[in-house]
Design a protein around this ligand. Structure first.
Ligand SMILES: O=C(O)c1ccccc1NCC(=O)[C@H](O)[C@H](O)COP(=O)(O)O
Length: 271
């Protein structure tokens, strides 16, 4: 069993327990949220922004502890002041040390799109994502049958949430892309070996249809890589570890984004 299968099996159990503890009845058209979502897609396409989705990640299966006592308030504000386009908040507790409260804190202190980064397998988690202040959810192609993924995507959209569809290869992309998905993320991390290879983003870029916003995820540690990925058509860059391994992640993000802007300016001057 690879790590994703293990996480997903655990997630089904966790959601079943939560449903029992805090039941929510889903009756058709009975859910209505007054607060509109902020569009992750729109923010990623804004030319004045870096395209970076800066992640808060306390630990991970591949790295173990990264920054377990991070201040979500200070880091999320700092990320946005540094020029991030959006935030990604890992709310999975067992494998990533996150919690829903991390997202509510980030929501309280920031006006920006927030990706609720979790392993979504059930409508219950989508209602939860919206209730705690998320603007977008992640759906992982490798974790869901394509018909089920489509149902969950449609449900998320009905609540105003955007969907980031994560793929690891062309087959997943071809099978899972549907009309409810506007953002596709290529995960550069091989979940069997944990190795990251941004070559995968370059390879898959050509297969992602025009009009879909492209995000490169994981293993991004060099500002120059973002410039090259932008050239290949990517609008978004999901970055966790590169920032979180610094004791002040927001400081690492500021230095990274400053370098990115310098490289972008240099490229414009040369062109
Ligand atoms: O990061 C892991 O070890 C991991 C293992 C199993 C499933 C998912 C995992 N990571 C989730 C992510 O998608 C990353 O946190 C995100 O793309 C940022 O990656 P990075 O910049 O490499 O921290």
């Amino acid at each position: 069993m690879n790590i994703l299968d293990e996480i997903i099996a655990h997630k089904y159990k966790e959601v079943a327990e939560r449903k029992e503890l805090y039941p929510v009845k889903l009756l058709e058209k009975s859910l209505y949220f007054e607060t509109p979502c902020l569009s992750l897609e729109r923010y990623l396409l804004r030319p004045d922004k870096s395209g970076i989705i800066a992640e808060i990640k306390r630990k991970s299966p591949s790295k173990g502890d990264i920054n377990p006592y991070v201040s979500v308030e200070r880091t999320s504000i700092g990320y946005m002041q540094a020029g991030a386009s959006a935030l990604s908040i890992l709310t999975d507790s067992n494998y990533f040390g996150g919690k829903n409260e991390d997202l509510t804190i980030a929501r309280k202190f920031n006006y920006c799109p927030i990706l609720r980064k979790d392993f979504t397998v059930d409508e219950y988690q989508i209602v939860e994502a919206k209730s705690i202040g998320g603007d977008a959810i992640l759906l992982i192609a490798a974790a869901l049958e394509s018909a089920r993924l489509k149902e969950l995507a449609a449900f998320a959209r009905s609540l105003g949430l955007e969907v980031l569809l994560e793929v690891h290869n062309k087959e997943e992309l071809d099978e899972s892309l549907n009309e409810h998905v506007t953002i596709v993320g290529v995960n550069n991390r091989n979940l069997k070996t944990f190795k990251t290879d941004i070559g995968l983003s370059f390879e898959l870029a050509q297969y992602i249809p025009q009009g879909i916003t492209k995000v490169s995820e994981s293993g991004l540690s060099q500002a120059q890589s973002l410039v090259d990925l932008q050239q290949a058509g990517y609008n978004g860059f999901l970055i966790g570890e590169t920032f979180m391994t610094d004791s002040r992640p927001e400081r690492a993000a500021a230095a990274f984004i400053k370098e990115l802007r310098q490289l972008q300016e240099l490229k414009q001057q040369v062109a």
